[in-house]
Design a protein around this ligand. Structure first.
Ligand SMILES: O=c1ccn([C@@H]2O[C@H](COP(=O)(O)OP(=O)(O)O[C@H]3O[C@H](CO)[C@@H](O)[C@H](O)[C@H]3O)[C@@H](O)[C@H]2O)c(=O)[nH]1
Ligand SMILES: [Mn+2]
Length: 575
């Protein structure tokens, strides 16, 4: 009885309540272009997160970064940041190679309107069309870039060997220090191959390095083909957006708070370097699949009807390399295209961790403008954000949508300011991780952060575009998938029991209590064999005719509703 009641309750929570007021939102890029010329599009900071170059292969990370650098968005209006949570020299040197290869890859994408702009995925495609015209030139450029990409890959693949060999050569015959050495002959500040005090995973200083500086505001055309530059770029803007490498300080005395901790550091560091009013975040394995992807959420953020009060725009997650039958249910189309979309009619979708564009101030814990007596509350809140004057001064600017990214001079004093923002101690006694930034101490930091933002009165939006804005990898073996689902379920229950979260709408409740159903499913699975334990104590009634009729009618009704929902969401029965 309890189980049946629970299933009925979850059905209401999951399938009915969120769908009472379904609203489909479709981005209109043409309308965006009409109202907002390129010159007035707002700035965006793009965050990419990675930890270990072995568990999270560098080749994916570099492709993600390249797809961002090549995105179709005003070049001087966005900056990309890589957070390397283990402080590995391999990642650092990979970014040097990326900066170099991007000088060819990005203009090539612009010249021939390449899609997708992650080179690995582009070169893997069986058929490709030349959208930009110039078919003959396209073929020769294509061959040339493919060759360069092949060499780039070899350099990336051999990075760990290169770093090891170089370090062995430096360390030979020395005084017993087995450091890891950079190409310029200095010791690497992050984790060493042979771990030492202050140079191990989980214990190293913070590092920040601008790999590609802030570009000029005026287009700079490339040169015609020559020995240094094998393809003709004479009519193509060759500027590249800003690229920054960050590795926050780690210390065993502090809980590093995993992804949420790393993102909060990025939020602060980017405030000093580019301070864009919008931020978007990706995991290492999620690349931009549609070069227009950064414009898509802007359609809603800049919408005069409520865009100001929209904290975040969430795009669905799409995955590569999942087997045809999708046996571990990675695509989750009903969730991404049905359930989440239907929340648009309420306060909006919950935050799903990747491919989400935020208003920067929403992450600072500010209320939405409709509840905020503008600057007064901004300033009051600012005082809680820590003790870096530079950072506090950046806050009012970070709220201004019309602001340009202003280039900063990274001198020694400025570097020190940034380093302070990356220290573990910066957040001591502050509300970071509770009411400011991404929320700590919960395995699913995304769900809980989204709840907190909604609770403050912000709205969110959900929309998708074709071809998919972003694509990524999903766990394709059972162990990894089970572990992921277990982590998510545990995290969801944690959110429910933490009681720190005050749900705005009952329709969101299912996001935190859905794992409870597993107990009842397990119990049901055991019922048929209960007689093995005791013959008397379990009596399962034979179904009577009336009951069967009700059952058939109820199941038929659920399927009819289901069919309507599938049609509305635009997905097929197979999904
Ligand atoms: O200490 C850490 C741990 C993780 N990460 C990064 O966090 C991301 C997600 O971690 P992963 O272990 O791959 O988790 P997934 O199950 O793939 O992540 C999903 O689930 C998480 C929790 O709900 C969300 O945060 C993610 O965005 C979402 O992709 C990766 O890019 C990691 O590099 C860090 O930067 N530092
Ligand atoms: Mn992942």
């Amino acid at each position: 009885m309890v189980a049946d009641a629970w299933f009925g309750f979850s059905w209401l929570l999951n399938n009915q309540l969120p769908k009472l007021n379904p609203i489909k939102r479709v981005p209109d890029l043409a309308a965006l272009a009409e109202r907002h010329s390129e010159a007035i599009l707002p700035g965006i900071d793009d965050f990419v997160m990675t930890i270990n170059p072995v568990d999270e292969p560098v080749m994916y990370t570099v492709n993600t970064i390249l797809s961002i650098l090549a995105a179709d968005y005003p070049i001087d209006k966005y900056a990309s940041y890589l957070s390397d949570d283990d402080g590995s020299l391999v990642h650092y040197e990979a970014m040097i190679h990326v900066a170099h290869f991007a000088a060819l890859w990005v203009p090539f994408c612009r010249k021939h309107c390449i899609e997708p702009r992650s080179p690995e995925n582009y070169f893997r495609m069986k058929t490709r069309s030349c959208v930009g015209g110039m078919a003959g030139e396209f073929m020769s450029d294509h061959r040339c870039v493919r060759k360069e990409y092949g060499e780039f890959k070899v350099r990336i693949d051999s990075l760990s060997t290169t770093v090891r060999r170089r370090s062995d050569a430096y360390n030979k015959g020395d005084d017993g220090v087995h450091a890891t050495w950079m190409a310029d002959g200095t010791q690497w500040a992050g984790a060493w191959i042979e771990q030492a005090d202050n140079h191990r995973r989980g214990q190293h200083t913070g590092i920040v390095q601008v790999m590609l500086g802030y570009p000029s505001c005026k287009p700079q055309l490339g040169s015609s083909a020559n020995t240094k530059n094998p393809i003709d770029l004479s009519n193509i803007d060759k500027r590249l957006p800003m690229l920054v490498y960050i590795s926050r300080e780690k210390h065993p005395g502090y809980d590093n708070q995993k992804k949420a901790g790393a993102m909060n550091v990025m939020l602060r560091v980017s405030a000093l370097l580019s301070n864009a009013p919008f931020v978007i975040n990706f995991d290492w394995d999620h690349y931009i699949n549609n070069s227009q992807a950064l414009r898509d959420p802007m359609c809603f953020m800049l919408d005069p009807r409520g865009g100001q009060n929209t904290a975040f725009v969430q795009l669905p997650q799409r995955f590569d390399d999942v087997d045809l039958t999708d046996r571990y249910s990675n695509h989750n189309r009903v969730f991404f295209d049905g359930t989440m979309l239907s929340l648009n009619g309420l306060q909006g979708t919950t935050y799903l961790g990747i491919g989400t564009m935020f208003h920067r101030v929403a992450l600072y814990g500010m209320e939405p403008p409709r509840y905020r007596a503008e600057s007064i509350k901004l300033v009051r809140k600012a005082a809680e954000l820590g003790n870096s004057t530079q950072f506090l001064n950046s806050i009012p600017d970070g709220a201004i949508q019309e602001r340009y990214i202003t280039p900063v001079l990274v001198d020694e004093g400025f570097s020190n300011d940034i380093t302070t923002l990356m220290t573990c101690a910066y957040e001591d006694g502050s509300p970071w991780g509770r009411v400011i930034g991404w929320v700590y101490n919960i395995a699913t930091e995304d769900v809980v952060t989204g709840f907190r933002i909604h609770w403050q009165g912000w709205r969110s939006m959900y929309c998708s575009m074709e071809p998919a804005a972003f694509r990524g990898m999903a766990p394709i073996n059972l162990t990894d998938r089970l572990y992921q689902v277990l982590r998510w379920s545990g995290g969801s229950l944690e959110v429910f029991f933490s009681r720190s979260i005050d749900l705005q709408r009952i329709a969101y409740l299912n996001m935190s209590i859905y794992p409870i159903a597993t107990m009842f499913v397990l119990a049901y699975s055991f019922f048929p064999v209960m007689w093995l334990f005791s013959e008397q104590s379990y009596y399962i009634q034979r179904p009577f005719d009336m009951y069967i009729m009700y059952l058939v009618a109820a199941i038929a009704m659920m399927h009819v509703i289901g069919m309507f929902e599938l049609k509305w969401a635009g997905i097929t029965l197979l999904d």
